[in-house]
Write a protein that binds this ligand. Sequence first.
Ligand code: HPA
Length: 265
Amino acid sequence: MRLAIIGGTGVYDPGVLSGVREVNVETVYGKAGALVGTYKGQEIAFMARHGYGHTVPPHLINYRANIAALKMLGVERVIATSAVGSLNTAMPPGSFVFMDQFIDFAKSEVRTFFDGGDHGVVHTDYTTPYCPDIRARLIENARQMGFVASDGGCYVCTDGPRFETPAEIRMFRILGGDVVGMTGVPEVVLAREAGMCYASIAMVTNWAAGISGQPLGHAEVVEIMQANGEKLRRLMMATLEGLGSERTCGCGRDAHPMPWLGTEA
Ligand code: HPA
């Protein structure tokens, strides 16, 4: 199977996939589960980043196991979803942002598959961190569907699980951030190291801390995600359906062999 969805907050079920089966993959980084089903003749893996009942907080997500498992399943292209707060008045709550850059403020220890020793040392290019081909299709489909969407944007990743302070948000704005979330890095980093195409659909759920003057809560994030769930699903499925079988984007260009991943459990 070559396509996968990683569902973030508020996206916990594969919905439109048929003949869904559960797959558990044992990786050298730990276990990762996915649901695998079919959509219009294509097999698609669905993974819930926070677990199926939002039980795993951002700082405890086993990103390496998740991406390694997708790689072991043969996945080449990933569309991820993420809830984000907005720092940019041109990106209001309820709109989509198709990021083209990120700034990594996460301090998590895991940041690579290549830890030296037998796994080697690798310095991967992130000039174009998100797959330009999938991004272009997402933007085109979102526009055709009449959704409010931003073509490009800089995602700032924090560790969470707390929301930011207004002072941090002011700093992120000065640095060029547009939206903020807690999970986009290292996921995009590991996907690129593994040679996959990766693009993310960010749904703006709130103004970032200090912008609207209102305190932030997880409930409002989930509420906006649920209110927009159907749009998100339509956009993902139309985009996955339209991807040709050959990759021409160059995302896999830098991939280094990872023989230690072995095969599907
Ligand atoms: N900050 C960080 N993560 C988020 C936010 C936010 O404001 N909204 C949704 N995810």
